[in-house]
Design a protein around this ligand. Structure first.
Ligand SMILES: [Zn+2]
Length: 379
């Protein structure tokens, strides 16, 4: 409410100035209705009846090109405070006034469009910004808002059009956004069983952003569905050069390919090499599994003992206990009890842009809505 009161001061002052100028021009000695209204508004303000004060001052303040900025600022404040209905009402009232200029009407329309966006009334916002897109002074913002609307409506092809349009008028390249939009189109065609269109969009995505991990994941999953595990493995191994931090996230897909291809030695060699410079608990855990499977409990226990000495950590200790238990060590139960008291950590993700964290991998941050900004947190 403090902001509203601060906002009201210029509104009250403008109302006072307007009322006073009208009063002196008319040379009427007795207080006019406007004067009465002004003091009524002040009275509400002093008695902390802010809502009533706002209504009185807004009614008093004539809408013209001089006072419009104050009205618009108040509308913006309502929207920012989440009082969207009030902002919509204010902007709808303003736009209905006949005395406003074309330029002012466009400014109010822009604000009303933003109100509708905030209220989730995307259809109404869309028609406003489609109109404003044709006006050069509002084009960039209108295109930006339409891009956001089409993403929220999952109209991916339209979103691609508007992302491309924004690049051409704003000269601002957004390769992450565009490549993920092409990935979304590809996914919709995969579910429609139309893989040739899907592949064409995946190619475009990779051309726009050669470092897009998601393209190789989607392509590999499609190949796996068709039983083409050799191709899937080739695609998944490319992630190593794109962003190695994503390898632990998709390691089970990679290992599944080795299993399906009947290549246990290559699987062992891949993990043995990967674990050398990788401290991910997931990678170490999978290496322990192949050690147990292919070399036995003794070798796995020796490896984990060494690893724990090199990098003492709660997760490594847990792995060590698990391995040691395989060889029937009495210490294992005791250590396991202690570890249970400690919080176990699972794979989680964080947005490098806004800091949002989650246990699920979102390619588009649910908080800041940017694409390709979520990164795995090392566990
Ligand atoms: Zn974010």
């Amino acid at each position: 409410m403090v902001e509203i009161v601060i906002m009201l001061l210029p509104v009250a002052a403008a109302s006072g100035w307007y009322v006073a100028s009208r009063h002196y021009k008319s040379k009427i000695k007795k207080p006019s209705n406007e004067y009465k209204g002004y003091f009524k508004g002040l009275n509400y303000l002093l008695n902390e009846q802010h809502e009533k004060a706002i209504d009185v001052f807004i009614d008093l303040l004539e809408v013209d090109d001089e006072t419009i900025e104050t009205h618009l600022a108040l509308g913006t404040l309502f929207r920012q405070r989440g009082e969207v209905e009030k902002a919509i009402r204010l902007h709808q009232n303003l736009i209905a006034r006949p005395q406003i200029s074309h330029e002012t009407r466009e400014n109010i329309l822009n604000e009303l469009g933003l109100d509708y966006m905030r209220a989730g009334l995307l259809d109404r916002a869309e028609s406003i910004f489609l109109e404003l897109e044709k006006k050069s002074s509002h084009q960039v913002n209108a295109v930006r808002q339409l891009l956001s609307i089409f993403q929220q409506e999952k109209e991916w092809l339209k979103a691609i059009d508007y992302a491309t349009k924004l690049e051409s008028i704003d000269l601002y390249k957004q390769p992450l956004l565009l490549s993920h939009l092409h990935c979304e189109v590809a996914l919709s065609h995969i579910s429609d069983d139309d893989s040739s269109i899907a592949k064409s969009h995946l190619r475009k995505a990779l051309k726009i952003d050669p470092m897009c991990v998601r393209v190789n994941i989607i392509s590999a999953e499609v190949a796996m569905l068709k039983g083409e595990h050799k191709q899937a493995l080739k695609l998944l191994l490319k992630i190593m050069d794109q962003d190695i931090r994503f390898v632990p996230v998709f390691i089970d897909l990679i290992l599944n390919c080795f299993d399906q291809l009947g290549k246990p030695k290559q699987k062992f060699d891949f993990l043995a090499e990967l674990q050398v410079d990788n401290e991910s608990t997931i990678v170490i855990s999978r290496f322990i599994d192949v050690l147990l499977e292919q070399k036995g409990a003794r070798e796995a226990s020796v490896f984990m003992h060494e690893k724990l000495l090199q990098h003492p950590s709660k997760n490594y200790l847990k792995l060590y206990v698990d391995v040691d238990n395989e060889s029937g060590d009495m210490e294992s139960d005791f250590l396991r009890g202690i570890i249970k008291q400690l919080e176990s950590e699972t794979q989680s993700f964080q947005c490098k842009q806004c800091g949002f964290t989650s246990v699920d991998l979102n390619w588009c941050c649910p908080s800041c809505k940017d694409w390709g900004v979520i990164e795995p947190i090392l566990v």
